[in-house]
Ligand binder design. Structure first.
Ligand code: AR6
Length: 192
């Protein structure tokens, strides 16, 4: 893990939080915060496509042609192209519409689908951005708790060497670090 982050052991897996750029991460797979049409956008999606090169769009185009895209709450996998990561998992989180339109379930589902797909592809180390908290407007403190709870729960069934969250801003890094402290302090007494 890069310097300056937070790490915790969850069973055999290292769960880590770092501040940085996900395109630079030397892990088996990075996760993209994509849209359901798999059409390149801004934010982390734009950064991943720029750094990974045209091979990512070629595979997204094939997936669009075969199955029309990637519904919200699900994920697909492509090559990492020129990235240090060998694969990119494109996960689609919900657009925040106030929280009563199933957004929490859809966000949890995007994280679970990414981890399930990763495990199927024998990925041992994976890095996530903060899905849905940019253009899609999901409040970051709520998203952080949900993302971390979902990952901690998934690690009961799926095996990874490391799950890393890469937070672009220092403020988001601090929000995730605080959420992780809360979740792990609750973990002894209640179901996370
Ligand atoms: N590394 C890590 N995190 C990043 C990076 C980076 N290089 N760049 C931005 N972020 P967003 P969403 C953070 O908007 O809300 C796209 O257009 C960013 O600061 O990328 O799920 C897609 O095509 C924020 O914390 O994703 C979709 O249409 C987080 O990544 C739509 O945006 C997510 O912000 C998806 O919106």
């Amino acid at each position: 893990m890069p310097d300056g982050g937070v790490t915790r052991k969850i069973g055999d897996c290292t769960l880590s939080l770092v501040q940085g750029d996900i395109t630079q991460q030397k892990v088996d797979a990075i996760v993209n915060a994509a849209n359901s049409r798999l059409i390149g956008g801004g934010g982390v999606d734009g950064a991943i496509r720029r750094a990974g090169g045209p091979a990512i769009e070629e595979e997204c185009a094939r997936i669009r042609a075969e199955r029309g895209g990637c519904p919200t709450g699900t994920a697909v996998i492509t090559t990492g192209g020129n990235l240090p990561a060998r694969r990119v998992i494109h996960a689609v989180g919900p657009v925040w519409e106030g929280g009563k339109k199933g957004e929490p379930d859809l966000l949890a589902s995007a994280y679970r689908a990414s981890l399930t797909l990763a495990a199927q592809h024998r990925i041992r180390t994976i890095a996530f951005p903060s899905i849905s908290t940019g253009v899609y407007g999901y409040p970051v403190a709520q998203a952080a708790r949900l993302a971390l709870r979902t990952v901690v729960n998934a690690l009961r069934e799926l095996s990874f060497d490391e799950v890393r969250f890469v937070l672009f801003s220092d403020a988001d890094f601090k929000t995730y670090a605080e959420a992780l402290r809360e979740i792990l302090s609750e973990a002894g007494s209640i179901k996370v």
